[in-house]
Write a protein that binds this ligand. Structure first.
Ligand SMILES: [Ca+2]
Length: 191
């Protein structure tokens, strides 16, 4: 029965477009691209290895090979302390915020950089607000709206047990109260 539950959870997550992998968490956008310029088209968010700036390659509006995305725009600096980042609707239901895990502090400090409402270089995302500590216990992290309320929920796999959890968004952007206590989605094997 446990195995069946795990399989069902995996299937449900796959249907929701959530990537479930067996690998350790690494810097990346959680396999999700979002519309950062707010024009209805998904853009690409990256971190440049050479100088650790974060950049957005905006969608040109036309699917046209290497011209599909425009040259990168720097939206943040000094992102070397992040070992995971993603984009999700945390501070509002309409715009993607940047989320980063600062893995060397507080056992993994999960910070949200709210979208300012404008795509404007380093002013695109606002100063960060912590929404969780101890986030290093997870080796898989994703943000998707699992209960269809318009707020993205935090889906995480605990490294020590392999258990998959969801932290539902409370509907309020309020620091450590933003996400509700975790709910078990599936036991080990869900990965
Ligand atoms: Ca939700």
């Amino acid at each position: 029965m446990r195995r069946l539950t795990a399989l069902l959870c995996t299937a449900a997550l796959a249907a929701a477009g959530v990537l479930v992998t067996g690998g350790p968490a690494a810097a990346g956008t959680g396999a999700v691209s979002r519309d950062i310029t707010l024009d209805g088209r998904n853009d690409i968010f990256t971190r440049r290895t050479s100088d650790q700036v974060t950049m957005v390659y905006t969608h040109s509006g036309k699917f046209n090979g290497q011209q599909t995305f425009r040259p990168g725009t720097i939206v943040g600096i000094n992102a070397s302390g992040l070992n995971w980042f993603g984009l999700a609707r945390i501070s509002s239901r309409t715009m993607p915020d940047l989320i980063g895990r600062w893995h060397t502090v507080d056992g993994g400090n999960l910070k949200v950089y709210p979208h300012s409402g404008q795509f404007d270089g380093t002013r695109t995302f606002q100063a960060p607000i912590s929404v969780g500590l101890g986030a290093n216990i997870h080796n898989m992290l994703q943000f998707q709206d699992l209960n269809n309320d318009g707020w993205d929920d935090q889906i995480a796999r605990e490294a020590a047990t392999g258990n998959l959890y969801v932290y539902y968004h409370s509907g309020r952007f309020d620091g450590f109260n933003t996400f509700k206590p975790r709910v078990l989605l599936g036991t080990a094997g869900a990965g």
